[in-house]
Design a protein around this ligand. Structure first.
Ligand code: HEC
Ligand code: HEC
Ligand code: HEC
Ligand code: HEC
Length: 500
């Protein structure tokens, strides 16, 4: 073949074609390069931090400067407008909806006030307002220890760094009032250096340690549920230091935890009517979830409670943690093809069926407490009663385990059904034994069921003076809380942040 220059001399159009072709190639290369640079700039824009803050920064709005999408959705957990059949984010007075609870918790704080869980942005406010934390005014103490703050705030990891974990738990609730003021937030689940998910609460890591599992080696998908398992679990306050502890040493089933509590003779309170040594189940959402089909298929909490969203071509995680029933399109329907109404019906069907047996067990427990009260009144002794009281303890623990796990009847309906049926059996056993004790005192009729048709009647029945408590609480909220917030605001001004 002749050299190119000679070809062009013979046929000049070849030169022109080559020239035009080169121009076109260069033009498109230019477009490509410019697009790459633009994307880079966008990426830099999206991820360039605007502020630099400390590892333990508790203020969510400071983190929000760098991650506005997550922060803006996170703020929306303040919303209280969604109510599903049994859950949701609305203010719901559970004692009014079901006054039997008051009798089941006689002698314990929950009989004073118990509301449906709301979004994370309410954590601190709800805790200050609830009657259970009391009214520390006039030098009086709260009935609760500082351990109660543990699941409420990103000030907790900060304070634990400063004071040490054991020291943090010690002391009455009001002593850390001015320190713990921010609602659940970024530092609870994220490492400030790289935004990786991390465990900030020692109780979970310690429980894993005792089970000889290294929590630092779990998969990313596991972290998408373990961050929740820091708080949405069963726990108790161990010993005088009120050290937050998960009762998982024998396993995480309802029976394994019961064995643990019995072995260490843990009791949360003594029931004022039956005198039974009671356990209060907290909220074993994680433990129950683990026994259900979605866990078995590898889902994590975030798959339904923190779905992916899209904004301007950017995929990100929805930080408005809430009932998935308020967002079926982005949660269930990512995996299931069924219509919204059908999926909703699936959830409600499971919840309705579990509730049937839960309500039955509740009524049996009210009867057992009242009958035990009657037996004591007739002169029964501890020898006669101890086995019965143990039964009442076990039956109510099983009821509470299911009732307190708000998502449990959907997360794991079969396990919930099983637990309730064992509870019903134990409660009936207790009542059989009670009938014998009552008969030994010639009491052969039904012990009357109390009139507890409203919360007020039930609270009066167990002897609670709610009006006085409300008045004290109002004073506490007006006189003490603003001072806590003022002190906190002053301290927070000293935290270092660098604008970049
Ligand atoms: C209760 C735990 C929790 C809290 C609180 C939390 N996050 Fe997240 N965050 C997650 C989870 C889970 C993911 C998903 C991680 C994944 O799948 O890779 C995530 C992902 C992220 C990501 C990665 C990008 C994305 O959207 O997937 C950023 C950035 C982020 N969160 C910022 C924040 C900020 C800012 C706050 C505070 C305003 C915050 N998070 C509070 C659990 C939490
Ligand atoms: C630091 C402790 C903590 C962590 C971590 C945490 N939660 Fe919560 N969560 C709470 C508390 C406390 C409430 C109740 C707040 C209230 O009622 O004031 C709550 C409430 C909720 C609710 C009820 C919201 C509503 O609108 O009804 C859901 C759902 C929930 N959490 C899911 C999760 C999921 C999923 C995770 C993990 C991604 C998680 N939580 C991590 C403490 C925590
Ligand atoms: C990430 C995927 C995924 C998401 C999100 C998801 N599911 Fe599922 N779901 C599954 C898988 C996988 C199974 C097991 C089915 C199988 O293996 O045949 C399942 C099973 C079920 C079942 C049958 C379980 C039973 O009790 O027998 C129901 C009902 C269900 N899902 C409803 C829902 C609802 C309601 C939501 C939203 C709140 C949801 N799912 C969200 C993947 C998902
Ligand atoms: C397959 C989807 C799915 C997964 C995965 C899942 N949940 Fe749920 N969760 C639900 C549904 C559906 C409800 C019932 C909501 C209702 O009744 O409004 C619920 C309810 C809850 C509630 C009560 C919500 C409220 O409005 O008060 C909490 C708390 C909760 N889940 C925590 C968790 C935790 C913690 C995990 C992980 C250990 C988890 N969930 C995993 C679907 C899921």
């Amino acid at each position: 073949m002749k050299p190119l220059s000679e070809q062009i001399k013979e046929k000049p159009w070849k030169g022109w074609i080559l020239f035009l072709f080169t121009i076109v190639v260069v033009f498109f290369l230019g477009i490509l390069a410019s697009s790459i640079i633009e994307r880079r700039a966008e990426a830099v824009f999206a991820y360039t931090p605007k502020v630099e803050h400390g590892q333990w920064e508790p203020r969510n709005d400071v983190w929000g400067e760098n991650f506005p999408r997550q922060y803006n959705r996170f703020l929306q957990t303040v919303d209280t407008s969604f109510m599903s059949k049994y859950n949701g984010s609305a203010e719901r007075d559970m004692l009014e909806e079901d006054p039997r609870l008051v009798v089941l918790w006689a002698g314990y704080g929950f009989a004073k006030e118990y509301n449906q869980g709301k979004g994370h942005e309410h954590a601190i406010d709800d805790m200050r307002k609830i009657l259970r934390t009391g009214a520390p005014v006039d030098g009086k103490s709260s009935p609760m220890p500082n351990t109660c703050w543990t699941c409420k705030s990103p000030d907790v990891p900060r304070k634990m760094q400063e004071m040490g974990v054991a020291e943090f738990y010690k002391g009455k609730w009001e002593t850390l009032g001015p320190e713990v003021v921010n609602n659940i937030g970024c530092v609870d689940c994220h490492d400030a250096q790289n935004m990786n998910l991390r465990i900030s609460r020692p109780a979970l890591a310690e429980a894993y340690d005792r089970m000889e599992i290294d929590i630092n080696t779990v998969s990313h998908q596991d972290m998408r549920k373990l961050t929740c398992a820091q708080c949405h679990v069963e726990y108790y306050f161990k010993g005088d230091g009120k050290y937050l502890t998960f009762p998982w040493d024998n396993g995480t089933s309802v029976e394994a935890m019961e064995v643990y509590y019995d072995e260490y003779k843990i009791k949360d309170w003594t029931h004022t009517i039956s005198k039974a040594p009671m356990l209060k189940a907290q909220h074993p959402d994680f433990e129950l979830f683990e026994t259900g089909i979605h866990a078995q298929r590898g889902l994590a909490c975030a798959d339904c409670h923190m779905p992916y969203l899209n904004e301007g071509g950017q995929k990100f995680t929805d930080h408005k943690i809430q009932s998935p029933l308020n967002n079926i399109a982005n949660t269930c329907q990512v995996c299931h093809r069924e219509e919204t109404t059908e999926l909703l019906a699936n959830v409600y069907e499971r919840q309705d069926k579990i509730k049937q047996n839960r309500d039955k067990l509740e009524e049996l427990l009210v009867r057992a407490h009242v009958e035990a009260g009657k037996a004591w009144a007739l002169g029964a002794n501890e020898n006669q009663m101890n086995v019965i009281l143990q039964d009442i303890r076990h039956a109510q623990w099983r009821w509470d385990y299911v009732a307190a796990s708000h998502g449990g009847s959907f997360h794991s309906p079969i396990e919930c059904g099983r637990i309730l049926s064992t509870g019903i059996n134990i409660a009936q056993e207790a009542r059989l034994k009670l009938a014998r004790v009552l008969a030994s005192f010639d009491y052969n009729q039904e012990v009357p069921y109390p009139d507890i048709t409203t919360k007020a009647k039930a609270q009066k029945y167990i002897g609670l003076d709610i009006d006085n408590m409300n008045a004290q609480k109002e004073r506490f909220l007006k006189e003490v809380v603003p001072a806590w917030d003022k002190e906190a605001a002053k301290r927070e001004k000293t935290y270092k942040i660098k604008n970049l």
